[in-house]
Design a protein around this ligand. Structure first.
Ligand SMILES: [Zn+2]
Length: 344
């Protein structure tokens, strides 16, 4: 019986040592120390022993039981410590690592550019005027010398909501509305930024939605030279002091005479290159003296008042200024593109 106990002890301690997880350890505990375990069995069989041997074997069985139990407890503590150590190591925080910068948003390139242009004209005494994007045909076309059936309407074919209401095709209706509010009295000196809509098929240079900034100045004795002076100041501040401007005759229904303004090419300095298509000049905007009919419809006496107006596309200006080759970049909202222009 003594031998059997020694054998059980050796066996059990070996299994405790081999146990690799809490489950295995628990199994050893149940197997050797449980009510149906071999030690209990030994104790049951003591009745067959001579009387004087019973206490010795009983003592020995208890010692073996105690020893196995202690071994199991120790092993369990060790396992818990190891698990904790492992967890601590895995969750170590290196406090010397630099932090990850928080992602901060910023204004869209077009918003920044429009604000830059606004600031520039505010500096020249202009005010900002805004108007509805869903506009009456009257303000979008008729008040701007584009009566129904006028062929120039086709160039701006738009999204009509009803016969008389449409998504505005330019920001010019804001000019018509502003003049009307002034009830025939000058001066009017505004710039009108905003979104406009046309039924264009999207490609590298066209978008069904884009932005415009128009300017209007109406007062007594406004001359073409005033227009040239304002445009020259704008071009130099926007594109650099060394830029020259050039006015070419053009046609718009709401101005007479009408011009296109070019600036000297920044890339080649006027020599001719691929950006300016060999001409040395790049077209920037359209402008002109406000048509007497437009003044009259807005309630001004064209014999007393004159004015000039101009309109430009911020997308085109941004594309020239930053060398962007596709207008769709502005609207697909790919942060990899937008982040390049995000001033920290
Ligand atoms: Zn050039």
């Amino acid at each position: 019986m003594k031998e059997r106990l020694v054998e059980l002890k050796t066996e059990a301690l070996e299994k405790v040592a081999q146990a690799e997880d809490a489950k295995a350890l628990q199994d050893v505990k149940v197997q050797y120390l449980g009510k149906k375990g071999p030690i209990t069995e030994v104790l049951r069989g003591m009745g067959k022993l001579p009387k004087e041997e019973r206490p010795v074997i009983g003592q020995m069985a208890n010692d073996v039981r105690e020893e196995i139990s202690t071994a199991i407890d120790e092993k369990q503590t060790k396992m818990e410590e190891a698990a904790l150590e492992k967890q601590l190591q895995e969750e170590t925080i290196d406090v010397t690592l630099p932090g990850r910068p928080a992602q901060t948003g910023g204004p869209h390139l077009l918003t920044s550019l429009i604000e830059e242009i606004e600031d520039l004209f505010i500096g020249m005494g202009f005010e900002i005027a805004e108007g509805p994007e869903v506009e009456a045909d009257y303000y979008n076309f008729e008040a701007l010398n584009l009566p129904k059936g006028h062929p120039a309407r086709d160039m701006q074919d738009s999204f009509y909501i009803t016969e008389e209401i449409l998504m505005r095709t330019h920001t010019s209706p804001v000019q018509a509305r502003t003049m009307e509010q002034h009830k025939g009295k000058g001066p009017v000196k505004v710039i009108c930024p905003g979104k406009v809509y046309r039924r264009d098929t999207d490609d590298a240079t066209h978008s069904h939605q884009f932005t415009q900034i128009e300017g209007l100045l109406v007062d007594k004795h406004v001359r073409m030279s005033d227009l040239k002076g304002v445009l020259n100041a704008f071009a130099k501040q926007m594109f650099g002091e060394e830029r020259e401007i050039r006015l070419r005759p053009s046609f718009f229904p709401f101005t007479e005479p009408s011009v296109e303004m070019d600036i000297s090419c920044k890339m080649c300095g006027g020599e001719g290159c691929s950006v300016c298509k060999g001409t040395g000049w790049i077209e920037i905007l359209g402008a002109g003296m406000v048509h007497p009919n437009v003044l009259e419809m807005a309630g001004y006496d064209p014999n007393e008042y004159t004015g000039f107006a101009f309109g430009m596309g911020p997308e085109r200006i941004a594309m020239l200024k930053y060398g962007i080759d596709d207008i769709r970049h502005f609207y697909t909202n790919d942060v990899r593109f937008l982040n390049q222009f995000h001033k920290a």
